[in-house]
Design a protein around this ligand. Structure first.
Ligand code: HEC
Length: 328
């Protein structure tokens, strides 16, 4: 897969030549950040070739050491909630601790933290100097549903030039562009809890609900970041404390799924098959219809998913995070 996304030598030459032909003015001051849409910066700088390679080095990612772009943050939040995120670059060029990054979000609002600045009305963020390889910022979920981030980081040697550096994208393979970091913004009244375990390729099933569950209406439980065309169990529990005589949360490590945790009961179970193509790009959706019965008001409901992922662990299954709601 990665081989098909590496540009041919002639294309690469074009990128590098284009970089060299840019007016000096547009080349100055890149140490103070790189955002899509700024003068001289290619479109989709965080999600497609040539990214930082438009100007840095030979044009290829990981040229002087494999770069890992690590993103640490909660994976879900409730509508209008705010969370902190940290980007760190690991590996790459070892003769310096300097670096830079650029990140684009499909929605919400990014707010600057340490050594960062935002652009594109809060949808893009970058470094303001090249003094570190770690940055913090915050994110607000302004619309319920899935949000994707794409990110690219450059470990630089600190020579103040676009040479001697090594850059890569976020994802299990930093030579592969466009791998999204997924965040779910749950509807008002839906609270995420618990942590998903990693499946094949490090992808973690992400469960969320984008419509507030209401008596007499239906809504969907969405499970993102699962293998495509795999079986997914989406389930509803009436408790996050006990199920079928078992205490919850219940770690599944003993069954061969290290780090996976049953967070809610399986009182009503639906089985589905994920759609999508490519590692981690599967999504399964389960519709739940709440009867139009006022006595259900104030009932607490918990939702989670188990995902068939044969090569993830001995059990061949992973578990998502969970969400809680109280019926209105
Ligand atoms: C349009 C060309 C261009 C692109 C695209 C570009 N850079 Fe640069 N970059 C430069 C130039 C020229 C310099 C050296 C001058 C300077 O530091 O301002 C530089 C320097 C830097 C430095 C400081 C280097 C040092 O050794 O001190 C960092 C950090 C950096 N770039 C990060 C990035 C990142 C991250 C990307 C991709 C998101 C990127 N750059 C994309 C042209 C570019």
């Amino acid at each position: 897969m990665s081989s098909t996304s590496v540009p041919s030598p002639s294309l690469r030459f074009l990128f590098v030549a284009a970089g060299l032909l840019l007016p000096a003015s547009s080349l100055a001051g890149r140490g103070s950040g790189v955002l899509e849409g700024e003068s001289g910066i290619p479109k989709k700088v965080t999600s497609a070739f040539p990214a930082c390679g438009f100007c840095h080095g030979s044009g290829f990612p990981n040229e002087r050491g494999k770069v890992t772009v690590k993103i640490s943050s909660p994976r879900s939040l409730t509508l209008n909630g705010t969370m902190k995120a940290t980007i760190s670059l690991l590996g790459g060029v070892t003769n310096s601790t300097r670096g830079g990054f650029s990140l684009d979000s499909s929605g919400g609002i990014l707010t600057r933290g340490t050594n960062t600045r935002v652009g594109n009305s809060g949808l893009s963020i970058t470094h303001v100097n090249s003094l570190s390889r770690s940055w913090t910022f915050s994110f607000k979920g302004t619309k319920a549903g899935l949000v994707t981030w794409t990110c690219v980081g450059n470990t630089v040697d600190g020579n103040g030039r676009n040479t001697g550096d090594s850059w890569g994208w976020y994802g299990p393979n930093s030579g592969l562009p466009g791998v999204p970091y997924r965040i779910f913004v749950d509807a008002a009244g839906v609270t995420p809890f618990g942590r998903a375990c990693a499946g094949t390729g490090g992808f973690r099933p992400l469960a969320g609900i984008a419509t507030t569950p209401t008596i007499g209406k239906s809504f969907q439980l969405e499970i993102h970041e699962v293998p495509p065309a795999t079986a997914v169990l989406g389930f509803l529990g009436f408790s996050d404390k006990r199920w079928a005589g078992l205490p919850l949360p219940l770690p599944l490590t003993g069954l061969g799924a290290r780090g996976c945790i049953l967070l809610t009961g399986l009182d009503i179970v639906q089985i589905g098959v994920s759609k999508g193509a490519g590692p981690g790009n599967g999504v399964a959706r389960f519709t739940w219809a709440i009867p139009n019965n006022p006595s259900l008001r104030n009932l607490a409901l918990f939702f989670q998913a188990l995902v068939v992922d044969k090569t993830a662990n001995k059990l061949g299954m992973t578990a998502s995070n969970a969400v809680k709601t109280v019926l209105r």
